[in-house]
Design a protein around this ligand. Structure first.
Ligand code: ADP
Length: 278
């Protein structure tokens, strides 16, 4: 039978985000450890759509690079829960906070793992739309998996939700921010690549790359920096391969950005190929 709330003991709170709280839980009979995300009861229709989207996507994904979903249930009080694979080292955002900036070789390893996850998603026509350090989970086997499908595919944030979740919007590509403002169409897959580029840069630099450490921008500043400003220059000591890889991810024009499959054969990821300009 699928796992339900009654089968699980809560051990601790792992974190809470957008619409839900995540617990570390133990299965009463098998002693297996899982992560349980409980969505706060909220009858808002956007929230319902987001929830359904997350559940629908999780139910259908099966990849070693995407956090596994074991069951989805609704308990008698009406709350929804998702029982997921437990990732014992938390998110890359947590790791960054506790261990500081990553070495280039560690970033390359993460890049490869996340690209494998994105390859799986994109080849199943799923656009993640919220790739950032907080949504990449790690375990002590050194696996890195993509999590949190809250804004994937079906529901994107609106300008309104952007103002309250600037943390998510900060990783959005120029065309994505444009489409929120002007309602234009854009190639969604390329948006995930932009977010990956910023995420990898952040892991290497130790802070969100488009702003000085500790600064939370307002909406117009973010829009201006992402869409119109030059990208920040990379710190000294970055290899040509890393520089070129970021360059391929962070093209402002989405059609010039590399696809997942092309990036998987980039020399930063695949040591025996050579650098090619986007
Ligand atoms: P968001 O803030 O993006 O909405 P979630 O609500 O999904 O994120 O998760 C909040 C936090 O809980 C994450 O940042 C992470 O630290 C932790 N977490 C989420 N899922 C898991 C999991 N499967 N295993 C371990 N920790 C998790």
């Amino acid at each position: 039978a699928p796992i339900s709330a009654a089968d699980l003991d809560k051990i601790q709170v792992l974190g809470s985000g957008n619409g839900g709280t995540v617990y570390k839980v133990r299965h009463k009979e098998t002693s297996e450890i899982y992560a349980l995300k409980i969505f706060h009861d909220n009858s808002d229709s956007n929230f319902r759509r987001q929830l359904n989207s997350e559940m629908e996507i999780l139910r259908h994904t099966d990849s070693p690079h995407v956090v596994k979903c074991h069951s989805i249930f609704q308990n008698p009080s009406g709350e929804f829960g998702i029982v997921m694979e437990y990732m014992d080292s938390g998110s890359l955002e947590n790791v960054l906070k506790s261990e500081g900036a990553f070495s280039e070789s560690k970033v390359a390893d993460i890049a490869k793992k996340v690209l494998n996850g994105l390859h799986y998603l994109h080849s199943h026509k799923i656009i993640h739309r919220d790739i950032k350090p907080a949504n990449l989970l790690v375990n002590s086997k050194m696996e890195v998996k993509i999590a949190d499908f809250g804004v994937s595919k079906i529901l994107g944030p609106t300008l309104d939700t952007c103002n309250s979740y600037i943390g998510t919007c900060a990783y959005m590509s120029p065309e994505r921010l444009d489409s929120l403002t002007y309602g234009q169409n854009y190639n969604g897959y390329a948006g995930d690549i932009w977010s990956l580029g910023l995420t990898l840069m952040e892991l290497y630099m130790g802070h969100f790359p488009l702003f000085p450490p500790g600064q939370t921008p307002d909406w117009p500043t973010l829009m201006c920096v992402v869409c119109f400003s030059e990208l920040p220059s990379f710190p000294e000591g970055v290899s040509d391969e890393f520089r070129s890889f970021l360059h391929c991810c962070l093209q402002k024009e989405s059609s010039k950005r590399w696809s997942v499959s092309k990036l998987l054969s980039h020399p930063f990821i695949c040591k025996d190929s050579t650098i090619e300009e986007p």
